[in-house]
Write a protein that binds this ligand. Structure first.
Ligand SMILES: Nc1ncnc2c1ncn2[C@@H]1O[C@H](COP(=O)(O)OP(=O)(O)OP(=O)(O)O)[C@@H](O)[C@H]1O
Ligand SMILES: [Mg+2]
Length: 330
């Protein structure tokens, strides 16, 4: 680990929305991703965690260039790909693959598993037909299924098995980077552990780099080297996963962690947690979390906090960690 593989810099993704106002011809814009920055090193797993609608999938899709960013840049090994022409994207489309949440809708029901696994290799014109068949036979076993399964159809498999097939398909073109967007959320708990284990094994075996998206902090905490906590399109806190879990700084991260942990006297930071129930609400100005934050100060209502390094490698966007600034009033 060391070399940066992915760099996302001030990424913005705005969606046009019809105005809710009657007789208005203006369209509002939804800032699904609002100046997000992070880097992922080669061989690392970076987790993005946040509630539904916080922009996790939109970030993943922007990196995969399903969307062109409204603003900001995306670098792949130092090359800007966020604004590259589609005709120049093909090599990156091979290097970057994805595994999505719903193993039921992501596999074409009219194709055999062999066709499904071979399709990406065909798109990228890799290998001869015989070699592709050989690769599919190897891959199906790598993900824990059997060669005979190649001649079956998706409906003959369970959710966990389908997710294994999706993983085999993603790996068929030997990617370097895989966006795993809630790959285990649709599975029951015992299957979740198996798929996580498989992803970890494959990472070791093939030196893969993952962006792992989940709304469950306990899932990302185990699997990820570093985590970004997303709220309404902005990263509120980012650090290595052990530090984030042991000493969460942002009131929102504390809230997320308290919701998965029984009270633990050894984890001091959690004593002060006050959970404010509620839902994400997009409001203009100030900190995005202000409406749910028990520690909200006057300043938080109008001045958005920027992401600052509170401790080495541990960044937080919260005015609580800018005490000196408060005191001097500057
Ligand atoms: N294609 C689109 N057009 C318009 N709005 C969109 C589009 N895709 C996403 N959004 C909006 O952008 C915001 C972020 O959506 P996104 O799917 O990235 O969230 P998420 O964090 O992945 O949520 P979930 O956990 O439910 O998957 C949401 O408010 C969503 O409604
Ligand atoms: Mg999503």
């Amino acid at each position: 680990m060391g070399e940066t593989l992915i760099e996302v810099k001030d990424l913005e993704l705005h969606f046009k929305q019809k105005s809710s106002k009657l007789f208005s011809f203006h369209s509002d814009c939804l800032k699904a991703v609002d100046k997000v920055s992070f880097t992922i090193k080669k061989g690392e797993t970076f987790g993005l965690v946040g509630e539904s609608g916080s922009g996790k999938s939109t970030i993943g899709k922007a990196i995969l260039r399903y969307y062109t960013p409204t603003g900001g840049e995306i670098y792949y090994q130092g090359t800007e790909i966020g604004h590259r022409k589609e005709s120049q994207m093909l090599p990156y489309r091979k290097k970057m693959q994805s595994v999505f949440q719903d193993p039921y809708s992501s596999l074409d029901p009219s194709h055999t598993i062999r066709e499904i696994i071979c399709e990406p290799m065909e798109i990228h014109r890799l290998y001869t037909a015989a070699e592709r068949k050989e690769k599919a036979e190897k891959l199906i076993e790598v993900v824990g299924l059997k060669k005979v399964d190649l001649y079956k159809y998706p409906h003959e498999f369970s959710g966990g098995q389908r997710q294994r097939i999706s993983i085999a398909r993603a790996l068929s073109v030997q990617p370097e980077f895989v966006v795993c967007d809630e790959p285990i959320s649709a599975l029951d708990v015992s299957l979740q552990a198996q798929i996580i284990h498989l992803l970890e094994e494959l990472q070791d075996q093939y030196g893969l780099t993952y962006l792992f998206i989940s709304h469950q902090l306990q899932v990302v905490q185990k699997l990820c080297d570093r985590i970004g906590v997303l709220y309404l399109g902005s990263i509120l806190e980012t650090s290595d996963s052990a530090a984030l879990y042991k000493k969460p700084l942002h009131p929102y991260t504390k809230m997320l962690i308290s919701s998965i942990l029984p009270p633990d006297p050894t984890v001091n930071a959690l004593d002060e947690i006050v959970i404010e129930s509620g839902v994400q609400k997009r409001t203009e100005g100030g900190c995005k979390f202000k409406n749910r934050c028990q520690s909200c100060m006057e300043r938080c209502r109008h001045e958005p906090p920027s992401l600052k390094e509170a401790e080495p490698g541990h960044w937080v966007a919260c005015h609580l960690y800018e005490k000196s600034h408060e005191i001097t009033g500057s």
